[in-house]
Unconditional design. Structure first.
Length: 245
């Protein structure tokens, strides 16, 4: 029997789901081993007999909670994939400001949503079995992850920093150039794509298990960044984590 897959979306841009579809030929091959029964970006039909549920997006409305709990009850394995589901992501920035300030700024009115609440991660609502980090996820990592599940092997994420991948590519360190970058404390697995194109790592894959945040903050302070500026950089994707700076 092929494992049945459901892919679900909450508050997000749905870019992580598009990364799955960007597998193209690999995705077609994958369909020989799995059955997609719920995936709005890919099929019209919807069934609820899924074995594995992939959740994209953060939880930002009271009405989302019951839906997520229902998915958790149905799924044998639940995977939070993408920074929004895993960390709260960009959506969590609204938690740092009064609702009356951002509702009119974004939507032009204060009464648009009747059930708006603080952004929560999927794991804040229901137990999760695995996460696939990133904004968006890396399509190759997603493929390897599903292959591991099919083989009954525990999927594993790298627990070393983006700096390792950056150095292996021969990149000049952005911090050494006086710029900010969170690559030294952020979980690798993206191939250091942002620093490779000379953009700073903003931490979309979350922190490693033992990040040396104090050391990075000291270095960035020496480069002229204030504590408030450094905190704001961490909050881009990790606003729900308690990070002492």
């Amino acid at each position: 029997m092929k494992p049945k897959i459901g892919v679900f979306s909450f508050s997000s841009c749905e870019g992580c789901q598009l990364q799955i579809l960007n597998l193209e030929e690999e995705f077609t091959t994958l369909l020989g081993f799995i059955e997609i029964v719920n995936f709005r970006e890919a099929i019209d039909e919807k069934r609820e007999d899924y074995d594995i549920a992939f959740i994209e997006g953060s939880i930002t409305r009271e009405s989302d909670i019951e839906e997520l709990k229902h998915i958790r009850e149905k799924a044998k394995i639940l995977v939070a994939f993408g920074a929004c589901a895993d960390l709260g992501g960009i959506n969590a920035l609204k938690n740092l400001h009064p609702q009356d300030s951002w509702l009119p700024a974004v939507y032009g009115r204060r009464d648009l949503f009747s059930d708006t609440m603080l952004t929560k991660r999927v794991k804040d609502i229901v137990p999760i079995d695995f996460t696939i980090p990133g904004c968006p996820i890396d399509k190759g990592e997603f493929l390897r992850f599903v292959q591991s599940l099919l083989l009954g092997v525990q999927p594993r994420l790298p627990d070393y920093p983006v700096c390792v991948e950056c150095r292996s590519k021969g990149n000049v360190c952005l911090v050494e150039e006086g710029k900010w970058c969170l690559g030294s404390v952020t979980r690798a697995g993206c191939g250091a794509i942002c620093p490779t194109f000379r953009d700073p790592c903003a931490g979309c894959r979350g922190l490693t298990s033992a990040p040396n945040i104090e050391s990075l903050c000291n270095i960035l302070t020496e480069k002229g960044y204030s504590k408030e500026e450094i905190k704001n950089k961490f909050n881009i994707f990790n606003g729900l984590e308690v990070i002492n700076i």
